[in-house]
Design a protein around this ligand. Structure first.
Ligand code: NDP
Length: 329
């Protein structure tokens, strides 16, 4: 009797948490369809996100060994028995399944068939950060025309998309960045004012711009280094949307601080806005419509080869990048 061993594929696996050196380019078995809702995808492009760094470093714990990555796009290889709306050969994008590999097995719940006008590169470059920005400006805080909004790291992946969306809602964006090149980019995305966080006093500048009132809301993905500054920049009855920790995890927070200005604090995660299949499909459709209609511009920093992933992680962690980092097999 002959048994067929499943074919191998190249992937980035980690066996233990740590620095970029734990990222290993290895041959591992290609995933196979086991559940009726599975979709097996041959990846064209895979998105790199800051959460991959938290998974690698151990700031966010995941079961190990693990293939990193949370999003990618490519062509469907095969599907489980329940999957009817997606067939082999379709171009798709997916969320949530390990993507730093040649092939990814995803649940059909989080697989989206690409519409005319969105290629696999744009899809992989826009899904996770785009859904984050889109749900955070509509759900976490509902941005209104005329609002003053402070966006920390406005030239980053999520920051650049937040800037474009907030501006398109008719609100005023004040963006922070760490270099003149990033300042140019934030302005191009629609920031009315840009503050260089390495040479300027963010609170002083924000107060000057807003007539000493402060902003209606702050989007802060930088975390530990900026939390206090962000709180100080908010006006009475304003909102803080603290959504990340690029500079480090935020230590325990004293909620009594919020009563000084009756500030609303949100700490959203994308996963809870796209929890159901319907939510994921609907928001993804709306996001791609914005891109197709030219209302949201997706900026790709660089496409790295899968075996150059360490460089990608280092560049992102060392604040060298703007926009989206992609991997390709
Ligand atoms: P970015 O492209 O924004 O990169 C991070 C940026 O943060 C840097 O470019 C840098 O911009 C700024 N930064 C400030 N201080 C530091 C520091 N000490 N180390 C590193 N970066 C620093 O990354 P992403 O767009 O991928 O992610 C941004 C944040 O959003 C992350 O914290 C991420 O975890 C979070 N996120 C949260 C989600 C959620 O569901 N809650 C979903 C998606 C992302 P500058 O040099 O201009 O200061």
């Amino acid at each position: 009797l002959k048994t067929m061993a499943s074919p191998n594929m190249k992937a980035i696996q980690i066996k233990n948490a740590g620095g970029p050196e734990v990222l290993k380019y290895e041959e591992i078995p290609r995933p196979e369809i086991t559940e009726p809702d599975d979709v097996l995808i041959k990846n064209h492009f895979m998105g790199v996100n800051f959460i991959d760094i938290y998974h690698r470093s151990g700031d966010y714990k995941i079961p190990l060994p693990a293939v990193l990555g949370r999003e990618g796009a490519g062509v469907v290889d095969s599907v489980g028995n329940n999957v009817k709306d997606i067939v082999p050969g379709n171009q798709v994008v997916y969320f949530g399944s390990p993507s730093y590999a040649e092939y990814t097995k995803a649940s059909s719940k989080y697989v989206f068939k690409l519409p005319e006008g969105i290629d696999t590169k744009t899809a992989a470059a826009s899904l996770l950060q785009g859904l984050t920005a889109y749900t955070f400006v509509t759900q976490a805080y509902s941005v209104k025309k005329g609002d003053w909004i402070l966006i920390q790291a406005a030239a980053g992946g999520v920051g650049g998309l937040l800037t474009q969306l907030v501006k398109s809602f008719g609100a005023h964006v004040i963006g922070t960045v760490s270099s003149p090149e990033k300042a140019e980019l934030a302005k191009k995305s629609g920031a009315e004012h840009v503050i260089n966080s390495t040479s300027q006093d963010i609170v002083k500048e924000v107060m000057q711009i807003t007539n000493n009132e402060g902003v209606h809301a702050v989007y802060d993905g930088v975390g530990k280094a900026t939390l206090e500054t962000s709180l100080t920049c908010i006006r009475r009855l304003g909102s803080l949307i603290s959504y990340g920790n690029a500079s480090g995890m935020i230590p325990p927070f004293n909620i009594y601080k919020l009563s000084e200005k009756n500030i609303k604090l949100a700490r959203p995660s994308l996963g809870n806005y796209i929890y159901t299949k319907e939510e994921f499909q609907q928001y993804t459709k709306e996001l791609f419509d914005l891109i197709i209609n030219g209302k949201l511009n997706i900026k790709i920093w660089k496409i790295y080869k899968l075996n150059e992933v360490r460089q990608a992680h280092e560049d992102l962690a060392q604040r060298k990048t703007t926009g989206k980092l992609l991997l390709e097999p």
